[in-house]
Write a protein that binds this ligand. Structure first.
Ligand code: CAA
Length: 246
């Protein structure tokens, strides 16, 4: 295993934390972004408790193109060039389209889709120079099938995979892979925020009969970021308990 610098956006959230831990377990130097100051000290203390000491974090608004560029330059100065990028930061602003506002639309498109441009752009040159890179975009089952109440989110998540497929073709001969993972409903705060009655109806539609675990998504991220996964590119790998089969 080659030790690399892995940058995970939104790495202090439910799926993000599991991704950081798994990549750290694999021996990588993990760097995460966080958007709101407040819980980073407790998060780092937790990580230390698990025995992970080489985990770094940077306050960065992933919707801000210049801030992302500056942060990647700072990581290069402080630690080194990013070899693995996991675009994981995401939010929801659910509601029927009739009720959705332009603010809801902008917030979701900027955080979930513009962020992918903002982060990938500054790390790509270094990957091209190194002749190696792994980019994993965390999309959603709802980008594949659409979801009542998630016009904004479904549009952003589907857009992420368009980005994946196009960039994958451009960098395939340079040792860089670009892939999408489309998780189904995973037991995180985001899913627990769905009203209980609605959530129970969704769980009833999952053939495996339960929500997914963040660690299950993290294991897949870890594989796609490994040297052995060099022949997988432009893929959209679903992990949804059978809720949506393509
Ligand atoms: N399909 C068809 N009709 C539906 C429906 C559905 N899935 N859900 C609700 N409706 C109907 C209701 O029965 C209601 O009909 P009537 O007006 O005839 O009574 C109408 O649509 C309006 O429904 P609500 O009153 O419930 O509308 P609301 O605006 O209060 O709530 C909602 C809508 C916020 C979208 C709510 O249904 C909801 O939270 N849905 C879940 C959305 C979801 O899955 N979010 C995922 C979050 S987690 C995530 O995003 C991670 C990931 O990647 C998987």
């Amino acid at each position: 295993m080659t030790k690399r610098i892995a940058l995970v956006t939104g790495g202090m959230g439910g799926i993000g934390t599991a991704i950081c831990k798994t990549l750290a377990e694999s021996g990588h130097i993990v760097v995460t972004t966080y958007s709101k100051p407040g819980r980073e000290q407790a998060w780092h203390a937790d990580m230390k408790g698990f025995g992970f000491t080489d985990i770094h974090s940077y306050l960065c608004d992933v919707t801000d193109t210049a801030a992302c560029r500056e942060m990647v330059a700072k990581i290069a100065r402080d630690i080194g060039p990013v070899g693995i990028l996991v675009n994981n930061a995401g939010i929801t602003r659910d509601g029927t389209f009739k009720k959705q506002t332009k603010e809801d639309w902008d917030a979701v498109i900027r955080t979930n889709l513009d962020s992918v441009f903002n982060m990938t752009k500054p790390v790509l040159d270094g990957m091209l120079e190194a002749g190696f890179g792994r980019i994993v975009n965390i999309s959603s089952i709802n980008g594949q099938k659409g979801q009542f109440g998630q016009v904004n989110y479904s549009a952003a998540k589907a857009g992420m995979h368009g980005f994946t497929m196009a960039l994958a073709q451009e960098v395939a001969r340079k040792g860089i892979t670009v892939n999408t993972i489309s998780p189904g409903y995973i037991a995180t705060e985001m899913v627990m925020a769905v009203p209980e009655d609605v959530r129970n109806k969704i769980i009833a539609q999952i053939p495996v009969g339960r929500l997914g675990k963040p660690e299950e998504i993290a294991a897949l991220v870890n594989f796609l970021c490994s040297d052995q996964a060099g022949f997988i590119t432009g893929a959209n790998v679903a992990m949804n308990g059978g809720q949506h089969m393509m």
